[in-house]
Design a protein around this ligand. Structure first.
Ligand code: FAD
Length: 497
């Protein structure tokens, strides 16, 4: 007779957060394996939601992904289906209260190392402990977390390349194995067996009830849920070999566009890393480059874990001495940047991309971040906060890492004297102006040469293209050469310290 490990608990609660999938979910697998009956819950946490505008793509993405998850849950037992419970309120004490209502002995969740989440989980742990309920957490959102990859001196890495080498050295098939949740799915508790007090939560709280507007995400080319992630992944698998050559050109379909799915866990990091690693091991340079990006993701997560002060401070403390521009002029420069009105077409087209779609191509994130900090002399935290508000894939660790990289204050950042020229970046990465034309149709009739810097164009060309500088398109708000000199002077405090 095959031996089965006895289950530890009669009832468990699976708390979904940024892991909105059934398949290959670490916490869910352990819940199902260790409990006779498992109830699933997601909290629309008012501590987070209350600060968001009523029109927020991320909330809609989560909502649609939960609907998708609920369908998958129901499909595991069509006769007597389990349901996803949702709560609308602060996670503390809602989760502990629900666990008590259900009579659960343990709550299972995947770890989240963002400082606010760490605090939330510590409070929940306390509430649960008070009620005699266990909280079990698991690694799920990255391949290696926290202190799993350290230097030989057992210190966290501060430079990417040695981190990446150590990451690759540590990697064994074990770390990328999928958790077979389906094999233990019979422990999912049917909704019909929920206690009466929990029945009301067995539905996905409608957006309107929470004060949010619905929007048609697929119409904006955003495909929520694991179903959406699968479509993107299948499409990318066909192109991964070309990733290295195509990833830097915003008008080309080069990257995977999976960031929002990795953010909310509608795709498993183990699955995508397994796929990338297999092709990397067979010598595919495109896959190796993509795998590196996934390793950057782990890298920035461990930076945030070991150095949570980066949320407000420069990773390199001497960079906090930099005097950024301030006052009314700085604010008006910032507004022009946010609105895509700087007069530099690639920067403006990129800002229109984030404003219209909630996504921005990686090359452009670097260009606009460099422009904000090194052309406009504005504090990287202003740009970081704007991205945090507008990016559908906003992830504190990657966003903070990206901004500190661009402003040179981060760990393994670009040197401060490396200042992107927004015109040459445009000529190199959008040479035919295809991306610019997509987001700035008022410049569409300029030649491929003139489109990168319209103010340098021949007045006759501007006239025939219907471009009136200062009217249909702004004059540049700064002179790049002058700004460069000012920035080098501004960053001199770093050299002195
Ligand atoms: C200023 C700035 C801000 C950024 N903010 C975010 C953010 O909030 N959320 C976010 O996910 N990424 C952020 N990035 C990293 C990167 O730009 C995006 O991950 C990428 O553009 C997402 O598109 P993709 O999924 O098509 O990426 P792909 O090129 O297909 O890359 C695959 C995955 O690798 C990860 N990845 C790629 N590049 C990085 C990187 N530099 N750092 C960490 N992870 C990376 C992402 O999860 C991405 O989905 C930022 C970069 C910069 C320069």
């Amino acid at each position: 007779m095959p031996q089965t490990t006895p289950k530890k608990y009669s009832k468990g609660l699976m708390w979904f957060r940024r892991d909105l999938r059934l398949a290959d979910n670490a916490a869910l697998f352990h819940a199902l394996k260790n409990c006779h009956h498992v109830v699933c819950v997601f909290v629309f946490d008012t501590d987070i939601l209350d600060s968001l505008p009523k029109f927020d793509r991320r909330v809609v993405f989560i909502h649609e992904s939960l609907t998708d998850l609920n369908r998958q849950l129901a499909a595991t037992h069509p006769g007597d289906p389990p349901a996803l419970l949702t709560l609308h309120g602060p996670s503390n004490p809602s989760v502990a209260k629900l666990a008590q209502t259900l009579g659960a002995q343990a709550v299972f969740a995947n770890r989240d190392d963002e400082p606010q989440a760490v605090l939330r989980d510590a409070q929940t742990l306390g509430d649960l402990a008070h009620a005699g309920i266990m909280l079990h957490t698991f690694k799920d959102q990255c391949v290696f977390e926290r202190s799993e990859v350290l230097t030989q001196a057992e210190r966290p890495f501060g430079v990417f390349t040695p981190y990446k080498n150590a990451w690759l050295k540590k990697l064994e098939p074990y770390y990328l194995q999928a958790y077979n949740t389906m094999a233990v799915a019979n422990a999912l508790m049917p909704a019909s067996q929920l206690p009466d007090a929990a029945q009301a939560h067995a539905r996905i709280t409608p957006l309107a009830e929470m004060g949010f507007d619905w929007m048609d995400l697929p119409a904006q080319h955003i495909t929520p849920g694991t179903t959406g992630a699968r479509v993107l992944l299948q499409d990318f698998v066909e192109r991964i070999g070309k990733y290295k050559d195509t990833r830097d050109f915003p008008a080309v379909k080069g990257p995977s566009y999976l960031s929002v799915h990795l953010r909310f866990g509608t795709v498993s990091i183990r699955e995508v890393a397994r796929l990338a690693f297999a092709q990397h091991a067979s010598g595919d340079i495109g896959a190796s480059t993509w795998l590196s990006e996934l390793i950057w993701r782990d890298f920035y997560m461990q930076v945030l874990h070991h150095h949570p002060r980066v949320v407000d401070h420069a990773f390199k403390p001497e960079y906090d001495a930099i005097k950024w521009e301030s006052g009314a002029h700085a604010k008006s420069m910032f507004k022009a940047w946010c609105d895509g009105q700087t007069g530099y077409p690639l920067v403006d087209a990129a800002m229109h991309q984030i404003n219209q779609t909630g996504y921005m191509h990686n090359r452009l994130r670097m260009v606009v971040a460099s422009f904000l900090t090194k052309d406009l002399g504005l504090d990287w935290r202003w740009g970081e906060a704007y991205f945090a508000q507008h990016l559908i894939d906003f992830d504190l660790s990657a966003n903070n890492g990206g901004w500190q990289w661009a402003s040179s204050s981060g760990c393994d950042a670009q040197p401060y004297f490396r200042i992107f020229n927004p015109i040459t970046q445009s000529e190199k990465f959008d040479s035919q102006g295809k991306f610019i034309r997509r987001y700035l149709p008022q410049l569409a009739d300029l030649s491929d040469k003139a489109i990168h810097a319209p103010w340098l164009a021949n007045p006759i060309e501007l006239l025939s293209a219907g471009v009136q500088l200062g009217e249909t398109y702004p004059m540049p708000i700064v002179d790049h050469a002058q700004a460069r000199a000012t920035t080098l002077a501004r960053y001199a405090v770093v050299k002195k310290s």
